[in-house]
Design a protein around this ligand. Sequence first.
Ligand code: XIL
Length: 375
Amino acid sequence: MKSILIVLSSLLFLPLLFSCEPTAPEVVAEPPAEPSLKSAFIDDFMVGAALNNGQINGTDTAGLRIMAREFNTITPENIMKWENIQPAADQFDWTMSDKYVALGEKNDQFIIGHALVWHSQLAPYVEAEQDSATLQRFISEHIKGVVGRYKGRIDAWDVVNEALNDDGTLRESVFYTTLGEDYLRESFSLAAAADPEAELYYNDYNLWMPAKRDGAIRMIKKIQASGTKIDGIGMQAHYSTVGPDLADVEAAILAYAELGLKVMFTEMDITALPNPWDLQGAEVSQNFENSPFMDPFTAGLSDSMQVAMSERYSNLFKLLLKHRNKITRVTFWGINDSQSWLNDWPIKGRTNYPLLFDRDFKKKPAYDAVMKLKE
Ligand code: XIL
């Protein structure tokens, strides 16, 4: 019966096959674009990732595919830090940064420069400098040199990174102890002069802490009062499944937006591992011994932690969506779990699960949980 029907119905179409009408060119339907973070959140904020050396020099092809498909903004994880890009006063090394910028241009991404003035991963010649005029000259040459080279090509800069202590006072870095607090205004002013079109940001961890938040506001108000350009604030967002309290994060978003700043989440990751001594934030100089208790998921993440991770990411993104008119960018600190710095900080050699892609570059339940908010 079925075959008779098929024969009959094909007979019905026979005249079509033999009609003399000119045939229209074959139209091949575009395959529907694969869903991605960047397209899901296109009306809300940019979504990005920090790129490591393997991605920038092209060897991590799987990571690069995800980068192009999922993200519309990129940040260099290490290659533009002072010790790498200007290891000596008379020596700039542009090898990796040129590749990084070309990569972002090829993929039509919003390109971030990270980080101009930071106490960590600093070149030894700067670290050791105690003469204020010389140190000032080093800062000026560094900012002019690096920002100037990529004028009109790097869209935005983390000008100053981590200048504050958690209590809101200024960190005793070589910059502060030698130059006093004016180094902050001066750095922004030099960056603005080197590329007047680039957006300029202050970036730090624990910016949700009320005392640190208030310190940041005091510092930024002074920079603004001097008439110096500052466009945004980057909350690093190295979080855990239990902290910080999202009410504190929300209060910080509102307070920074009140200053007229763009608010960004610039180094997002959520640790799945026990936290030695309740450490908060991302002080890179803090390091601890490994132990089986501190590294419980070497054979895979437990189901309960997988769920906790998805719920945490979901709740965080719900908050970000609520304030989408204040938040311009959310950047993850890496692409897949095996590449995250949190496998080595604050304890070296652990197995962590802080990002949205697993060790095989597959989307994790946390990825689906975030995307589900946009269905
Ligand atoms: C980290 C990198 O991810 C590591 O590879 C490196 O060893 C140390 O720095 N705050 C920042 C980032 O602003 O630049 C840091 O990145 C993490 C904390």
